[in-house]
Each structure stands twice: as C-alpha cells, then as structure tokens.
Design a protein around this ligand. Structure first.
Ligand SMILES: NC(=O)c1ccc[n+]([C@@H]2O[C@H](COP(=O)([O-])OP(=O)(O)OC[C@H]3O[C@@H](n4cnc5c(N)ncnc54)[C@H](OP(=O)(O)O)[C@@H]3O)[C@@H](O)[C@H]2O)c1
Length: 326
C-alpha cells in the first residue's frame, strides 16, 4: 500500500526506516511545509515523491494511506484535509486536542466511508494480549491496583512546552498511562483525582492521576517532562503482581508471587521497532474495507480524550486553539 507521510519531524524520522522494512508498505510520498525538507526526507528514506505542502500530498491520487505526524494542535486540521480528499488516516497520538474534535473527525470519516485511527502504538502490539492473558490466567489473583509512569527530561523541546502546539505532559505522555489503564482495567471509573505542576509557559509539566473504579480497584499514573522515570507499569493482585518494562514500548512482562519470587518472564516477540503493528493493522483494515481498527476503535480514542479533557478542566488548562474564534 502506498503511504504518504504528513510532517517530516522527529517521529517521522523514527518511523520511516520501519516503513521501509515492511513488505506491505510502499514508501510513496513525504510532505513538509518546506519542499527542500520534504525532498531531503524522501531521499533519506526512499520515498518516491516529495511535496512542499500538505495539500499536495492529500491531492496525490496514488496515496492510499496518510500518516499524520505533526504537533498535537495540527492533527484535527491535517486529518480533515486528508479525509476531505478521500484519504484514510492514521494519526499520531493524541488523535486530537479534545474529544469534540475527535468526534468531528469520526463523523466526517464515517460519512465518507474512510478509515481513521489513532497511532497509539501500544494498542496494536502483542504485549497487550500477553498482559491480558497473564491477568486472565489468574496467576496474580484478583488485580486491585495498577500503576504506570512515563516521564522523560524533554522539557527543552519547544513542542512540549508550547501551549500553541498543545504541549504538556498529559497529551504527550499521559495518553500512554491512560491507555495502559484502560487496556488492562477497562472502564467503570467512579472518580478521577489529580495533582499537577505547571510549566512557566502554562502547560502541565508533571502530574499524578488516580482513577478510582466502581468495583474498588485503583490506577495511579504519573507523567512528566522534567525527569526520566523507569517507565514501568505494574498490576497488583492478591496472589502476586506483574511488572511491565516500559509502558511506552513494552519489552517484557515479569510475574512475581507474594514473596517476590519471579514466577514467569515473557519477552515480547522480535520486532522491527514496534511501529510496524499499527501500520500493518491500518493496511489490513483498509484492504478489508473496514473504517476502524478493532485495536484502537475511535470510541476508545474518544473515551481517553474525554478523560484528558476532564483532567485539563481540573487544572484550568485550555489551549489557544480551543478558544472561541480560533
Ligand atoms: N509514537 C511515538 O513513539 C511518538 C514519539 C514522538 C512523538 N509522537 C507524536 O508524533 C507527533 C509529532 O511529534 P514530533 O516529536 O515528531 O514533533 P516535531 O518533530 O516537533 O514536529 C513534527 C513536524 O510537524 C510539522 N509541523 C506542522 N506544523 C507545525 C508547527 N506549527 N510547528 C512545528 N512543526 C509543525 C513539521 O514538519 P514539516 O516541517 O515537515 O512540515 C514538524 O517537523 C505528536 O503527535 C507526538 O505526540 C509519537
């Protein structure tokens, strides 16, 4: 399938070599706001066409799927552009800045019968089922607590602290913790408590989130852009606990008993980078005429985005692109 990349920044640089290594993908076109940048990217990664505007990519009749890889504040507009030209989209996380935007994209894509999905890569990975099967086996008993943290010292990157680009820890990293909790503890949340430290620029620099579930379970999530964390996810039961190394790209799952003895350790299957799974699924869905991915249905994207909306309401964080008249 001929793929187009919209935005030639940091993540596109990382994803492109994976695309080049995938049999089901043809690296077709790269689009940037700058033609020289698009050309350099295309040359570096073996894309056949280079465009100096996103519109030209959307208009290319040969493109079969567009990967949107721009800052958060641009996703809505970029996806609508692609969809309006009849192009299916796989958009980087977070899908949109808020749930209202996500619903509009969902409606627009559905009306045109086009595929749209969030590239929340952990949803598509084999680790998801591995964790699910471990829990279902009963080996740790009844899970009551889930913890997850994801923090990188990347506060110097403009995109992460700029309100105009919808920066902040929650939309960039918190989306992983919330998805980890939702994948393994599901819905049924009764209460959301949080504490936050804001940056001087007015976005969230780090936060702690506690999700209390109606059945008595609890998820405690910490995300931030000021320091490096161990990126672990843990789930605790009455017969033991499991530890996931790196909730951002799980590498292995270790299971311990109540005496901290290691019972089992599962490594994830050999992967190119981990990005291949989301693209493989998008290609399969489009070929099968499906508009949504079963791994990351838009209703799930919207549910997580609503959680982020609610957290931002607690913190009084509104992005400039959400203000009336913008
Ligand atoms: N899945 C993952 O592991 C992962 C990792 C990192 C980031 N991400 C996600 O990927 C997306 C992009 O992140 P990134 O780190 O790649 O961002 P980035 O390098 O700062 O920007 C990506 C590209 O967006 C384009 N762009 C369009 N409008 C822009 C504007 N107003 N300001 C700046 N750039 C603009 C630029 O491409 P052109 O100049 O070519 O137009 C830029 O190079 C985000 O949604 C982020 O959350 C995902």
């Amino acid at each position: 399938m001929k793929i187009g990349i919209l935005g030639t920044g940091n993540i596109s640089e990382k994803v492109a070599p994976t695309l080049a290594a995938m049999e089901e993908i043809e690296c077709w076109a790269a689009a940037s706001r700058s033609l020289p940048k698009a050309k350099a990217f295309a040359e570096r990664h073996g894309f056949q066409r280079a465009y100096g505007s996103y519109e030209e990519l959307a208009e290319d009749p040969q493109v079969e799927l567009i990967y949107v890889a721009t800052p958060h504040s641009c996703h809505y507009e970029n996806m609508m552009l692609c969809l309006s030209h009849g192009k299916p989209v796989l958009c980087e996380k977070p899908f949109t800045v808020n749930a209202a935007q996500a619903r509009e994209v969902q409606k627009y894509a559905a009306a045109r019968g086009l595929f749209a999905a969030e590239a929340m890569w952990t949803r598509y990975m084999p680790s998801r089922a591995m964790i699910g099967e471990t829990l279902a086996s009963g080996i740790i008993g009844r899970p009551t607590v889930l913890t997850a943290n994801l923090s990188y010292a990347n506060f110097k990157r403009q995109r992460l602290v700029d309100p105009a680009l919808a920066g902040g820890a929650l939309l960039d990293l918190g989306v992983y913790g919330l998805n980890f909790a939702r994948m393994h503890f599901g819905g049924g949340i009764e209460r959301v408590d949080s504490s936050v430290c804001m940056t001087e620029t007015g976005v969230d620099g780090m936060e702690n989130i506690t999700l209390s579930y109606r059945d008595g379970r609890m998820a405690v999530l910490t995300h931030g852009i000021w320091s490096r964390s161990d990126r672990r996810g843990t789930i605790w039961g009455d017969r033991g606990y499991l530890v996931v190394e790196n909730i951002n790209n799980p590498q292995n799952i270790s299971v311990y008993d109540t005496e901290d003895r290691l019972l089992q350790r599962y490594d994830v299957p050999q992967q190119i980078s981990g990005y291949e799974y989301e693209f493989r699924e998008a290609v399969r869905c489009i070929r099968e005429g499906r508009r949504e991915s079963a791994s990351m249905p838009l209703e799930e994207t919207i549910a997580v985005t609503e959680q982020m909306d609610a957290l931002r309401r607690q913190w009084g964080l509104v992005y400039p692109c959400e203000l009336p008249g913008t």
